[in-house]
Design a protein around this ligand. Structure first.
Ligand SMILES: [Zn+2]
Length: 336
């Protein structure tokens, strides 16, 4: 597969920075915005508040398959089904990226289910542990969303995601009201991500509209072969996410992925000041019938809560690192 796309950057994080992950992300926001996402690998000294016992959550795959929206174009849309096609799913082999996309394109007659499930307000992170241990629940509270008080932050809960086998598909999605989001890979097969930065939305929407103007980019309705993006000069970035790695998605970014095998992952949304300052929060929410998440709340967040002086105060108190917080010796060595 010839492609001009390059991977998103991968950053290492230490235990200290992971305790205030939102501040770390803010520090690297320029990179995040440019690529639409960054991958973050925790160092050996990072402690995560995770349950040690095996994951026994039982989830049924959502009743959706994908089909080509037009016979000659490798753009797929998800459609509701009445039964799960277990025979095809069991024999799927995902050896490499090329074979995944070509088998998908050739699987016209066989039903290809998404083979995933989502469980909102579920988490494998343990709450109320020492702040030394990273807990995904804390992210919204560390973020700009805290300006909306408990009433707002309580709406932001982790969502567990299950890939039920090789070749499971997480179709194109963006976070609620174009927020930022973090995805943590707990265990299992690698996830192959495709990220489309916010500034490419218009080009992508035009491309999709040419095929079918009623399709929406944000709610898990589309799955797009990257060769289509190449052909249409739509910039996107790839990354392979292994277990124990984070993918951070920028405000308004769109992302889709497929998995090499069964896996567990988990995600949550949050905000940085640029979500307000760059206008992502103001994009009107058009009611849409394609929400893939069952319990998806579509109430829009009141942007008036985020007054300029409050944002400034938040930045000064929580995001700006004091000069003596930095280890100057190491910074010099690492970056020059
Ligand atoms: Zn939609």
């Amino acid at each position: 597969m010839s492609s001009v796309s390059i991977d998103i950057p991968t950053l290492q994080i230490n235990g200290n920075d992971l305790q205030n992950f939102v501040r770390f992300i803010y520090k690297h926001e320029k990179l995040l915005k440019e690529f639409g996402a960054i991958k973050v690998q925790p160092n050996i000294d990072c402690k995560l508040a995770l349950k040690k016992r095996p994951k026994t959550l039982t989830l049924n795959p959502i009743m959706k398959k994908i089909v080509k929206i037009n016979e000659n174009v490798n753009i797929y849309s998800s459609q509701t089904i009445n039964h799960i096609n277990e025979s095809t799913q069991k024999h799927l082999m995902v050896t490499n990226e090329y074979s995944f996309w070509s088998s998908l394109s050739a699987s016209n007659k066989e039903q290809r289910d998404l083979n995933i499930s989502l469980s909102s307000n579920t988490s494998f992170f343990i709450e109320k542990t020492s702040s030394v241990y990273f807990d995904l629940h804390r992210i919204p509270y560390q973020s700009l969303l805290k300006l909306g008080g408990k009433k707002l932050t309580n709406q932001f809960v982790p969502c567990v995601k299950r890939a039920h086998g090789p070749g499971a598909i997480f179709p194109l999605i963006s976070a609620r009201q174009r927020l930022f989001s973090i995805d943590y890979h707990h265990e299992g097969g690698d996830h192959h991500w495709y990220i489309i930065p916010s500034d490419q939305r218009e080009a992508l929407q035009n491309l999709v509209d040419q095929q079918n103007p009623s399709l929406c980019l944000d709610h898990g309705q589309l799955f797009i072969d990257p060769s289509i993006l190449d052909k249409n000069y739509i910039r996107y970035h790839r990354i392979i996410q292994h277990a124990n790695e984070f993918i951070v998605l920028s405000a308004g970014a769109l992302a889709q992925s497929y998995t090499e095998d069964i896996s567990w992952s988990e995600s949550i949304s949050f905000a940085l000041p640029s979500w307000i300052e760059e206008g992502h929060a103001d994009i009107p929410i058009i009611p849409c019938r394609y929400h893939i998440e069952q319990n998806c709340s579509v109430d829009s967040i009141d942007v008036a809560l985020f007054r300029q002086e409050l944002i400034q105060k938040y930045v000064t108190s929580y995001l700006k690192t004091a000069p003596n917080d930095e280890p100057p010796v190491f910074i010099g060595l690492l970056f020059f």
